[in-house]
Design a protein around this ligand. Structure first.
Ligand SMILES: C[S@@+](CC[C@H](N)C(=O)[O-])C[C@H]1O[C@@H](n2cnc3c(N)ncnc32)[C@H](O)[C@@H]1O
Length: 211
């Protein structure tokens, strides 16, 4: 996601009610952050935060954690989300590369929405559904491992289906045209809205790996 550099991004991030000084301290005990035992859903790469904000507003009995590596992008999300006082949402400026240092058996479901496709073979490891990321995700889930992904990138979608199945996941739901999928409650992301306007096809996948 390309945005202008936000000069006071650190100030915005550090002063937000949605962020925390040292998120590493809560590895293995994220329920204590929310002060309840509700499920915790994680989104990696929240962009400007529309998807996680709408989810957190609609589902007060689910806790949400959003991770975004780009501080400027995250500060845009925070400015939007600060209007609301949601006790079931936390945001972290963080690169998912080290995701297993932040969580240990804390997460119930992981969202990967319009992740960067990294099409070159030499960048395969950077794809958020590569085996090296999936190995890290294995450590962060409480019990069963549930992942939902959306993308308009056919190459990344096909790659992800193969990678997830090869790593022990079973397909629970799949759509090659999410925009026209019936009986499906879909909260659109910023990128999704942009791509729908361009008539791009949206792919959707829900997979599970049981213990
Ligand atoms: C293409 S944008 C999609 C944003 C949003 N999910 C949407 O659908 O509108 C991908 C976002 O993921 C973030 N991102 C990419 N790799 C990441 C990583 N390893 N850790 C955290 N965030 C990442 C990028 O900074 C960018 O904001």
């Amino acid at each position: 996601m390309r945005v202008r550099n936000v000069k006071n991004k650190e100030e915005i991030i550090n002063n937000s009610m949605y962020t925390m000084e040292d998120p590493y301290l809560f590895r293995g005990k994220w329920s204590s952050v929310f002060n309840n035992s509700n499920p915790i859903y994680l989104e990696i790469g929240i962009g400007k935060g529309k998807f996680i904000l709408e989810n957190a507003k609609n589902n007060p009995n689910i806790n949400y954690i959003g991770i975004e590596k780009n501080g400027s992008v995250l500060s845009y999300a925070i400015k939007k989300i600060e209007e609301y006082k949601l006790s079931n949402l936390k945001l972290i400026c963080f690169d998912a590369n080290k995701i297993d240092e932040l969580f240990y058996k804390d997460i119930d479901l992981l969202y990967l929405n319009f992740s960067d496709p990294w099409p070159k073979n030499r960048h395969e490891k950077r794809r958020l559904t590569s085996s090296s990321f999936l190995e890290k995700y294995d450590k962060i889930f409480k019990k069963n491992k549930l992942i939902e992904m959306k993308t308009d990138n056919q190459g990344l979608f096909e790659y992800s289906v193969i990678s997830l199945v090869n790593n022990g996941y079973k397909i629970e739901d799949i759509s090659l045209d999410l925009t026209n999928k019936e009986d499906f409650i879909n909260i659109r992301t910023e990128y999704e809205e942009k791509y729908i306007l361009k008539n791009n096809r949206i792919y959707y996948l829900k997979v599970i790996k049981t213990c």
